[in-house]
Design a protein around this ligand. Structure first.
Ligand code: FNR
Length: 413
């Protein structure tokens, strides 16, 4: 175990190996508005708290003397080979944490072999992120637009960049109530962040340009850069935009198209005709919704409350996972995210029914502290702790992480 040896032998890592210190360092490295958006949660923050407290209610019960010297953490998931049961969650407007955040993350994912789920709200077009990754696995996350043509175009682009699966996020038909952002008046999309997937679409490529033309005093460097990219790639579109006079406020256009408040099972039922990619529904919390997803022929679900950013007082993702697994049976592919902070957490989630988990904020904090290397270390640390936990609980592969290896903590359940 390289990470562990390096630490024991006195080599200092680029990012702290414990989450609390990582969080402190990331906060220091970030602006107030960036921190509010990335670290913040919905409402009073109860869902974020629930996510963590759910892990505190479970204890691992290690088994001894099983000779678990050689361990295999790999898993095949919907045709994607995972070196360990983790993926990088889609995180929008990551440029708040670091310039070219999606590219740094893409390179870190490629270096570790961990799949990267590209966000619909990227600061880098998915084509550029894919180019930075070689053959390493990538998936694409879709927000179902009000514009059905845009839905098709995003799906086709995801197919073209070799995405291994299409992840449709269900829990963000509108943005949640996020007081920190509201108080600071700082929704990142209004500053031209996180809109690169649209601006490389022929029909929406003028979004960034419009933003720059609208209010030159307020735009971010990122918006100017996406404008320049657009001018370089689509000079015609830029000129059309200029000729058409003052465009509609781009933020309004963005809010109109980025997600569909009317999204229903009827939309999801059409997805099978639109792509042959494996389809994953992200943001499921109720067992009936989980059953319905599989009845509709979906390949997998992600039990998630969006890292506590959407509904305040929501059920913890880990609690929902237990109910969902119970409802769908042992065979279905069920992923989980929201609150995973360590390798021990991954172990607990797998014991309670997850096939793999997604990391959100932890890798964003690594990015804020040390860029690509920070992301790589966060991934390596989580995997290393999971590996050691398996060694010390007598488990040699992921199938060995069974329900009997965790118990409710007495008095806390
Ligand atoms: C997210 N998440 C998210 N999910 C998604 O499907 N599309 C997106 O664009 C985003 N954007 C986003 C931005 C930021 C700043 C955060 C923190 C999260 C949710 C993300 O995929 C994942 O569900 C959570 O981050 C998991 O929870 P933890 O690990 O952050 O606790």
């Amino acid at each position: 175990n390289q990470v562990y040896r390096a630490g024991v032998l006195g080599r200092r890592p680029a990012v702290p190996t414990d989450f609390a210190e990582l969080e402190r360092r990331a906060r220091k490295a970030s602006s107030r508005t960036a921190w509010a958006y990335v670290a913040g949660g919905a409402g009073l923050g109860r869902t974020m708290r629930n996510n963590r407290e759910a892990f505190d209610r479970w204890a691992i019960v290690p088994r001894m003397l099983r000779g678990a010297a050689d361990r295999d953490l790999s898993r095949d998931l919907l045709g994607t080979r995972l070196p360990a049961p983790i993926l990088l969650a889609p995180v929008g407007a990551g440029q708040l944490m670091a310039r070219d955040s999606d590219l740094h993350t893409a390179r870190a994912a490629a270096a570790t072999g961990v799949p990267y789920v590209y966000t619909n709200q990227g600061g880098t077009p998915m084509e550029d992120a894919a180019a930075a990754m070689g053959d390493s696995p990538r998936w694409f996350q879709l927000y179902w637009s009000t514009d059905e043509g845009l839905v098709d175009s995003l799906i086709q682009r995801a197919e073209a960049i070799g995405a291994g699966a299409l992840v449709i996020t269900l829990d963000t038909t509108v943005l949640g109530w996020r007081p920190q952002d509201l108080n600071l008046g700082s929704l990142p999309f209004a500053r031209g962040l996180g809109i690169a997937q649209y601006t490389s679409d022929p029909r929406f490529r003028s979004l960034a340009a419009e933003r720059v033309l609208e209010n030159p005093a307020e735009v971010t460097l990122a918006a100017v850069r996406s404008l320049l990219t657009m001018v370089r790639n689509h000079p015609g579109g830029f000129l059309d935009n200029l000729r058409s006079g003052r465009p509609r406020a781009s933020v309004e256009t963005f809010l109109d198209i980025y997600s569909n408040p009317r999204l229903s099972w009827d939309h999801i039922a059409t997805v099978r005709e639109r792509t042959s990619l494996p389809v994953v529904l992200k943001g499921i919390l109720h067992p009936d919704d989980a059953r319905r997803a599989f009845e509709l022929g979906m390949d997998a679900i992600v039990v998630s409350n969006h890292g506590g950013r959407q509904v305040d007082s929501s059920i913890a993702a880990l609690d929902a996972l237990i109910q969902v697994r119970e409802a769908v049976g042992p065979e279905k592919t069920v992923l989980m995210d929201s609150g995973i902070r360590s390798g021990a957490d991954v172990f607990t989630a797998l014991a309670l029914g997850a096939d793999a988990v997604l990391l959100g904020r932890p890798y964003m904090y690594g990015l804020a502290v040390a860029g690509q290397r920070g992301v790589e270390e966060v991934i390596a640390n989580v995997i290393a702790e999971l590996d050691l936990t398996m060694a010390l609980t007598g488990v040699t592969d992921l199938a060995g992480i069974t329900r009997d290896l965790v118990q409710p903590v007495p008095g806390r359940a």
